[in-house]
Ligand binder design. Sequence first.
Ligand code: AMP
Length: 604
Amino acid sequence: KKLNSEPLFGAREREDSVAMLVKMEILDVGEVIKEFESMTKDAENVQRETLKKILEENGNAEYLQNLGLDGRTDPESFKACVPLVTHKDLEPYIQRIADGPPAPILTGKPITNISLSSGTTQGKPKFVPFNDELMETTLQIFRTSYAFRNREFPIKNEKALQFIYSSKPSKTKGGLFAGTATTNVFRNSEFKNATKAMQSQCCSPDEVIFAPDFHQSLYCHLLCGLIFREEIQFVSSTFAHSIIHAFRTFEQVWEELCADIREGVLTSRITSPSVQFAMAKLLRPNPELADLIHRKCSGLSNWYGLIPELFPNVKYIYGIMTGSMEPYLKKLRHYAGDVPLVSADYGSSEGWIGANVNPKVPPESTTYAVLPNIGYFEFIPLRENAEEQVQDKVDASFISMEPKPVGLTEVKIGEEYEVIVTSVAGLYRYRLEDVVKVMGFHNSTPELKFICRRNLMLTVNIDKNTEKDLQLAVEEAAKLIAKEKLEVIDFSSHVDLWSDPGHYVIFWEISGEVSEQVLKECCNCLDRSFVDAGYVSSRRVNAIGPLELRVLRRGTFQKILDHYLGLGAAVNQFKTPRCVGPTNHKVLQILCDNVAKSYSSTAF
Ligand code: AMP
């Protein structure tokens, strides 16, 4: 007879069963890749099925009922009955959902959460529906890109330094939780399990992620990262901007962080009791660690290679790095040293689109393979042909042309398109207003390169410059200050139509003092770098006035970030508004109030 104290299993068996448990919890990446491969081989059918499923599940929604589909779920009937819409068209429906009571308005099952999209373009956050189905697609895309990433850069089941934050939670009139899409994701109980399965658990406790104040949250993320420095496998954030922001902050507070670690006592700048309590559990006096970090930081030249120095086992840096994040890559590489940068997936608060399944490709060339079962997708061709483009520019606006979208598998390599989404969360033929370019195919699903936001445009008359054009011009001009070891911390733009003729205004925040002469050259270089034919010809005849470069005081973009946080946005989703429209009064005011110097181009 066995004694009670005798173990049920021998040591060997116990080890096996623990190993099995761990194995069960960890995602089977091979299986995920297999599923993705098989689904993308049959993208057209999967799209058909996905549309059918979305329409069947939401057939009783008031919005669809009114469109005369009468139970039909095929793409042809769908396109014939359902109009293309923008957020503005759906606003009254979404407002009714937010105001309650629960009803099948856009979806069959009433919507339970509202996401606030970052709204950096229009100046105020938009409401978009969020539901369990959207959560499931979020996890699916996370799993997919993780599987491909892990194949190239395997990580240990340890920790991740994730600069993730929650927005100020609020309730709508109808009692629905309203937060940023990322907050909706982080709050969801499935999220924790998923990150466990992907060996990507955040090194910070929940209290830090959900801290009432973003600055406290950031400080503690950094502190937790340092405490667990040896275990950190990767550094991430939703958009890469937050990583830069975090390490710029590190440059300011590193000695304070070292002091906290040395004494085992949290700085008095952390005032939230829940954060204090959670951090107290992690902090112990550790003078050796404090000395080590101090030594490492003191030994760096201009913080080059800071990330691998602090986190010796980091395998990669992860976050969205394309589109409006591209201007930050240079700085990110500076902090990253030789650690690879891997861009995260492509999606929006409205729904996910594609995963980065080639993680070794540098962010400048990253493409996103569309997941054919994550939504139903259509694409409005934007004419590539140069002659036609000139014609487009003569049209008042090419958004006014009657768009003829094509299906997911009908897109052509090398062409640019605007993305139309039909989501699992009640958006049907919704214009995302993003411009993408088809770079190739993964099996039969397209691989998209993110180009720009469609409505982000500098235009005075026949000229049209996109966010990308602006970025290229800024990069070109920034080379002039790079010679003096200075950089453009951030930038934005505005079209000044009050002056006659109207002209472009570019705002720069620079990392140090630059001579008048160099700034004048930068201004001329910016003006010359907009090579769009409409712009150049208008400038030559002075139908567009000289470009103006306005140099901002240090900290101006921090004020803009704070302004958006005040509106309920989260740092996670923050994208610097690259073109500030005339209705975005507050941001324009912040920019204009903080101009230190201004220059007018003499390039033409
Ligand atoms: P939000 O509405 O705040 O969720 O932001 C969504 C928008 O961010 C998208 O419509 C894109 O314009 C941009 N975005 C999202 N993912 C990417 C990506 N991988 N690359 C470039 N831009 C992206």
